[in-house]
Design a protein around this ligand. Structure first.
Ligand code: SD4
Length: 339
């Protein structure tokens, strides 16, 4: 890690303010740059994003570089090392959004290591917002992304075998229609952690611009072809450079139903702080679910605003997010929660 003293020698852009993690706009203190991201993997991802931000780089570059770390990790449940769908294929979704309201996403993408970078190319090189399936893969290959070997990581292979052994779908064919729409929701593991498959990241750069990214393998053992919230702008990710940025994790179906991150940003526009905006979005989901206590329902939102204030909220304990705004400040925070 570069020490603060070295850091001050690096460049010319408001380094004094980068050093303290604070700037002043008018009379309000603004904390920038800052990057936050979901789950424990966010610490490593923030580190890469911070390398961009601390040099005065663009938030868009930071949020891409950050989540690429997670996509590359073989120990994580994001990216090609992740658990497959119920037919044994890893299918990936990702989205990215910049300070100008430009956005791009890919979904149901197979055998491409960095869906977030393909999403960025969709944003920057096509007239479209979203490409899916074989079309997204074809575009990625045309853009020079290597087509990786098919197959599962060792962990995923083992998990899939276990899952097949339990045959959770066999006793109840078409379990999605069995009255339990959350049959493949995130599960609480024996150690109390949630199994998760996603990283979402939002950042404010030294210029005061916001961007965000979100990348996932979706729910483990999902139906083939299922998309969650992560590739859907306004659901898994939303950025409005006038106001703030938010990203989501958890059961994507519930996030989509309330246009979750768009809601969080709109609540911040109305004056709510990031944590309160996330809380109200979570409340909206719970209200739609009639406040049923359900052990298998987890959704978490995180958000930052234009002032560099941040916050998160989730349904159940166990969700955390990583916050980085200085060389020596990259910490994991337990999200507040309802249940
Ligand atoms: C999805 N929201 O595909 C994602 C899953 C997730 O941690 O966040 N897992 O629904």
């Amino acid at each position: 890690m570069v020490h603060r003293r070295n850091f001050l020698q690096i460049g010319s852009l408001s380094l004094g303010s980068l050093f303290t993690g604070k700037l002043f706009a008018g009379t309000a203190a603004v904390r920038k740059p800052i990057v936050i991201s979901t789950w424990g993997e966010g610490i490593a991802a923030n580190k890469a994003a911070w390398e961009v931000l601390r040099k005065g780089g663009r938030a868009l570059d930071a949020v891409e570089a950050g989540v690429m770390v997670t996509e590359s990790s073989q120990n994580c449940c994001v990216g090609l090392g992740a658990n497959p769908d119920r037919d044994g294929y890893v299918t990936l979704d990702a989205s990215i959004m910049d300070e100008n309201g430009n956005c791009g996403s890919v979904a149901f993408l197979e055998r491409i290591k960095h869906p977030i970078s393909v999403a960025r190319r969709v944003m920057e090189k096509t007239p479209h917002v979203m490409l899916v399936g074989s079309g997204a893969q074809q575009f990625a290959i045309a853009e020079g992304f290597p087509l990786e070997k098919p197959g599962l990581s060792d962990d995923a292979q083992r998990n899939y075998k276990n899952w097949l052994q339990k045959s959770e779908y066999k006793p109840i064919p078409n379990i999605e229609n069995s009255g339990n729409p959350h049959a493949f929701a995130p599960r609480k593991l024996d150690n109390g952690d949630w199994n998760h498959d996603t990283i979402g990241m939002v950042a404010l750069d030294a210029q005061g611009n916001l961007s965000g990214s979100c990348t996932t393998s979706g729910m483990a053992f999902k139906m083939r072809g299922r998309l969650g919230d992560s590739p859907i702008i306004g659901a898994g990710l939303f950025v409005d450079n006038e106001v703030g940025a938010a990203t989501a994790t958890g059961l994507g179906e519930e996030v989509i139903k309330i246009c979750g991150t768009h809601l969080v940003v709109e609540l911040m526009r109305q004056g709510l702080k990031p944590e309160e905006a996330c809380k109200q979005a979570v409340e909206r989901i719970l209200r739609k679910n009639k406040y049923q206590k359900r052990d298998d329902l987890q959704v978490g939102f995180i958000a930052i605003n234009k002032q560099g204030e941040y916050g998160g909220y989730c349904i159940q304990g166990g969700f955390n997010f990583a916050v980085c705004y200085a060389d020596d400040h990259n910490v994991l925070i337990e999200s507040k929660h309802f249940q």
